[in-house]
Ligand binder design. Structure first.
Ligand SMILES: *Cc1c(COP(=O)(O)O)cnc(C)c1O
Length: 383
């Protein structure tokens, strides 16, 4: 029954049938009026999700493409930048910045914890000459299931002129993020996480301040040049052929998002986080992230002593058709990650917890069946 798989990854996430159907529409001229209307519709819808009046650039790419765009358009070779890292995706931003010639100062926190705004404030305070050109931060660290306090981190740099650049690929649309209210200069997102669209689109919002930096930026770029994208956007076009099926899908998913409402969507994600965490505790397993910083988008679970995370994942997949993600790099086989972002409803969570209990029994761990399910049901009924 491959079409009924429980795809509980932190991306790609399940796609609603009506969004999938939208992708089957015939192609249109990307230099014609139908495209202009589609492009303007999705751009307006994205601005609502980003909660911004800033320009939004849409790239036909994976999320990492927009991360690269967030470097090459704002950082010149030799520039000093700070990368706040709490996991794999923080490391990725640092690596991209290094490859494009930045002098990267890392501000690292242990994997499983969030960034401390005070530590960032201290680092910024030391920069008397205002040499730091940008601060890169991950909104929701997908490798550990931790959400950073973006608003506090932004406040930590105060009126220092550095741009504040955010990777919100797995957070935006699932977890609160206020681009304008929090004064975020550049925010990066992607189609395949909470937007409920297949992979292939990435988004980048750009503040007025950031546009000024772009004009003077000396880094090389062609595909990722946001100036070209802006010029074409004024005509309702993109510089090169857009991913038409994904854009049609996005138009459909934005309607679904608008109907449910962002605040309700955020509340649903928090509820699912609480259901999963309460159930995992009831079963007796560990959680990588502490409650205060636990992500509403996904949960990193530590399996029982002596059982590898990948063994649990294998049983979940083979016997119950439930797909969860593994740990990355140093967390490989130490955790598994349950994605609960995007097109996920309450009973999906209950089903996954039920499968997890049975998979653990198969792996030789003594679970009282129904204990986690009951805990999740109670959270749901009391929410
Ligand atoms: C998924 C993800 C990315 C990268 O997305 P790709 O589409 O795989 O390039 C970047 N940052 C975070 C936080 C993510 O979760």
């Amino acid at each position: 029954m491959e079409e009924k798989q429980y795809l509980m990854l932190p991306g790609p996430t399940p796609v609603p049938p009506r969004v999938l159907r939208a992708m089957a529409r015939p192609m249109i001229n990307h230099r014609g009026p139908e495209f202009k209307a589609l492009f303007e519709e999705v751009t307006a819808g994205l601005k609502e999700v980003f909660r911004t009046q800033n320009e939004i650039i849409i790239f036909p790419s994976a999320g990492t493409g927009a991360m690269e765009a967030a470097v090459v358009n704002f950082v010149s070779p030799g520039d000093k930048v700070v990368v706040v890292s709490i996991g794999v995706f923080g490391e990725r931003f640092a690596e991209i910045a290094r490859r494009f010639g930045a002098q990267v100062e890392k501000l690292d926190f242990p994997w499983g914890s969030a960034a401390d705004p005070e530590a960032l404030a201290e680092l910024i305070a030391k920069d008397k000459e205002k040499e730091i050109k940008a601060v890169f931060v991950t909104h929701n660290e997908t490798s550990t299931g931790v959400t950073n306090d973006l608003c506090a981190l932004r406040k930590a740099i105060g009126d220092h002129p550095a741009l504040f650049i955010v990777d919100a690929v797995s957070g935006l649309g699932a977890v609160e993020l206020e681009t304008d209210q929090w004064n975020l200069d550049v925010v990066v997102a992607g189609s395949q996480k909470s937007f409920m669209v297949p992979p292939g689109l990435s988004f980048l919002s750009v503040s007025e301040r950031a546009w000024k930096v772009t004009e003077k930026c000396t880094n090389s770029r062609y595909y990722w040049d946001i100036r070209a994208a802006k010029n074409y956007a004024e005509k309702g076009q993109t510089p090169y052929t857009p991913a038409l099926p994904q854009l049609a899908a996005l138009a459909e998913s934005l309607k679904i998002i608008k109907k449910e409402g962002l605040d309700n969507i955020h509340a649903r994600h928090r509820r699912h986080r609480d259901m999963v965490r309460t159930a995992v505790r009831a079963i007796g397993l560990g959680l990588l992230a502490p409650d205060e910083v636990a992500s509403p988008a996904l949960t990193a679970v530590i399996p029982p002593e002596g059982i590898g995370a990948d063994e649990v994942r294998k049983v979940l997949h083979q016997e119950f058709n439930v797909v969860v993600a593994g740990g990355q790099q140093t967390l490989k086989n130490k955790i598994f990650r349950i994605g609960h972002l995007g097109y996920v409803q309450d009973l999906d969570i209950i089903a996954v917890i039920a499968a997890l209990e049975m998979a653990l029994v198969r792996c030789g761990y003594q679970v009282e069946l129904g204990k986690g399910v009951r805990a999740a049901q109670e959270v749901l009924l009391n929410s």
